[in-house]
Design a protein around this ligand. Structure first.
Ligand SMILES: [Zn+2]
Length: 349
């Protein structure tokens, strides 16, 4: 028993070191250009002493001291330097490492990474993509389906409650949809006002943590899907579904355009009875009004696990606009969306 306690203790010491411990000197120092840039003196003036030390000098706050460590309120975590929206309360989990931890980031390239060889080991540093502020590190030992643990200093973050009127009212909601190739659907929803994040992934199959290769060539049962986190004050599940039935063809079984296979099936993975009821209602209505020539074959399945796809699939369209598939298949869907939902498109920052 004693031995057990000792090894537990040494484990936790190593763990803490491994987690967020920082050193001010870094072996690699690149200065990319950021859309928010200020002189050192300006940063010093606008940030608190602690924020400046962490964000600009890559310092680390002591574990279990940060003000947001135990925060469980609904809302958005932003970069304390520039206001860039980085995480939502849905992404936060208790990692017991002493720093606020998140299992993913808000999609859209809001965070950049850099290899950090300080402390004699390789860690992946995370920084705000807008101002270059140091946030912490990301590790591959997260307990949720993403497998990631973003270990972030409280001092790097500011928190905005999602509802000033009532903390208990849930305003963020999540839905997982499959409408053929996930690159296409992701690109469309990234533009819809009220959408906080869109991630490409896999769901509905038999094997855990599938790869793109397995989903494409093996009989995994997984569908290519996107997970949408949205602010239900700015958009609604109803609108999310309307966009869904506009930008893909829900009448072709296990195929979408030229993409053929079970992984391209039209499917709504519902999380609760309310999502199921609304989806059922819309599908029945589409069939009744004969909106399409053929009946809707969209599956309704309960959500088990959403597995995030490999990094190179995230924001695929935004990063590969000139690629032929994007030009031929994705671009027309975005144009259709922009035409029909022209008043609902996110305003550029
Ligand atoms: Zn920032």
């Amino acid at each position: 028993m004693k031995h057990f306690i000792i090894s537990l203790f040494s484990f936790s010491v190593v763990f803490i070191l491994n987690a967020c411990a920082q050193k001010t000197n870094k072996s690699t120092q690149v200065e990319p250009s950021f859309s928010v840039s200020k002189s050192d003196a300006e940063w010093k003036e606008m940030l608190s002493k602690e924020q400046y030390a962490v964000l600009r000098k890559k310092d680390t706050e002591r574990p279990y001291t940060g003000k947001l460590l135990y925060n469980k309120e609904k809302g958005i975590y932003k970069c304390a330097g520039c206001g860039n929206e980085l995480f939502t309360d849905e992404m936060k989990f208790d990692s017991h490492c002493g720093w606020p931890s998140f299992d993913r980031e808000i999609a859209g390239g809001k965070i950049i990474t850099e290899k950090d060889y300080s402390l004699g080991m390789l860690r992946i540093e995370i920084m705000c993509a807008k101002c270059g502020g140091h946030l912490g590190h990301v590790f591959g030992d997260g307990p949720t389906s993403t497998g990631k643990r973003y270990c972030v200093n409280s001092a790097s973050l500011s928190f905005e409650k999602s509802s000033e009127l009532s903390n208990s009212r849930l305003t963020t909601d999540t839905i997982v949809l499959g409408g053929g190739c996930f690159w296409c659907v992701e690109a469309v929803y990234e533009k819809l006002d009220g959408v906080i994040s869109v991630e490409s992934g896999y769901s509905g199959g038999k094997i855990p943590n599938p790869t793109y290769k397995q989903v494409s060539y093996e009989n995994t049962g997984h569908a290519e899907v996107i997970q949408i986190i949205f602010d239900s004050k700015k958009t609604s599940l109803d609108e999310i579904f309307k966009v869904f039935f506009t930008v893909h063809d829900p009448t072709t079984l296990n195929m979408q355009g030229m993409d053929v296979g079970e992984q391209y099936r039209s499917v709504i993975f519902y999380r609760n009875q309310q999502q199921y009821n609304l989806a059922r209602e819309i599908i029945d209505q589409l069939n009744k009004e004969q909106v399409y020539e053929k009946p809707v074959v969209t599956q309704l399945s309960p959500l088990n696990t959403f597995y995030e796809a490999e990094d190179y699939h995230q924001d695929y369209y935004a990063l590969n606009k000139t690629q032929p598939y994007c030009k031929m298949v994705i671009q027309p869907k975005i144009e259709k969306f922009e035409k029909l939902f022209k008043n609902r498109i996110k305003k550029k920052e």
